[in-house]
Design a binder for this molecule. Sequence first.
Ligand SMILES: [Zn+2]
Length: 457
Amino acid sequence: MAKEEIFQEVDQLKEVLHKSVKTIFAHPETGGKEIFSANYFRSELEKEGFTIHNTDKMEHTFYAEYGQGKPVIAILGEYDALPGLSQKPCGHKEAVEEGQPGHGCGHNLLGSAALVGAIASKRYLEKNKKTGTIRFYGCPEEELLSGKVKMIRLGMFDGCDLALSWHPMDFNCTFEESYLANVSVRFVFHGKTAHAAVAPWQGRSALDAVELMNVGVNYLREHIIDSARVHYSTSCGDTPPNVVPDLASSWYFIRAPHMADVLSILERVKKVAQGAAMMTETSVDIDVEYGCWEMKRSKSMTDVCFENLQAAPSIEFTEDELEFAKALQATLSPQTVASKEALYGVKDCAMAIETSDRDFWQRCYMTASTDTGDVSYQMPMSAFTTSCWPVGVVPHTWQAAAGSGASIGEKGALHAAYVLAGQAFDFLNHPELVEKAQKEFDANQSIQYQSILNHFE
Ligand SMILES: [Zn+2]
């Protein structure tokens, strides 16, 4: 059976894709609140004959299953939006509703392409009476970096053989090993109040401790690995300046290419916090809230993914779409666009249509973090991006939100649906590919996965 057949199934689903992209875009929900979006995907999949599996621990997550026997292929769908990024699908910054959330990371595209990839694979299985199981995973809270970590804790991925994932971006590429591991940790200092002018010597300032800790961490930076990222925000409530504050806190993200590095930097940051507490005669509570892992390497999954990026029917953008993309791109600085064009090897390019070379991911290492990394420690996983936004546009911006609501984003999602379905086709028809990926996964067990997630049972 030719792979064309599964691509044709995707073509039959263009209306389903369009409706899904538009509906989720029009109902942006932030992490933890994705009830409408989860229900939308549930109902589309149920209509198609999938069985829905829910958990009473998280209303906004589920998986939908069709078929029987091996392999069990997980297709990961996300659907959360970002606070404050409400945006119309137009070439200038204009909110649909000021201050409201918006799809600045394109998860309306991400979930919709995963939906179509899953339905196309299901129809292919059904028509050809083949053995194999397709699962669509409704993965919430990606922007909080916690959804999939919780789903793993709940055992929702048990029984899967492989996972397929993707993300909207401004180029077509596979990712073999990428994204930084990350922990989120809060340092809460407790001191003693006093009148800041009448008797400051009686006070012990929690805010002094926060400031000294941050100074210490900024000195520490020079002596940690170059590829690490450490950033923070602080809070001292509404304490007025004339009161020595007895409560102040800082919230840190610590990131590095490997969780082991993150945890060792975390230990040093904790010492700085304790030093700051000692200097100010305050005390500190340290709370590691959650964390997500870097993406585990799967060369064989990436090979299959890359072949499908090349085999998928090519995407063409119309003159109007390219004009729209140019207008959006013109809102970026010329240097930003030029440096991306140099990286991708293109010139005067609104939308990158070509697929980057096989090992391009090594040159454009993704320094964000994602809870998809944790899934890659449960089973072999592939990851790729497609061009949904103009060259130079990065996630978490109004430009990315604009592109995600427009037809350029929808075409990028169509491309992704082809690549997801194409991979499913390969794994359903070639058990040796599944075996190869699993052998490689089993052999690469030097790092012991341990979920970092407090406050969730
Ligand atoms: Zn995202």
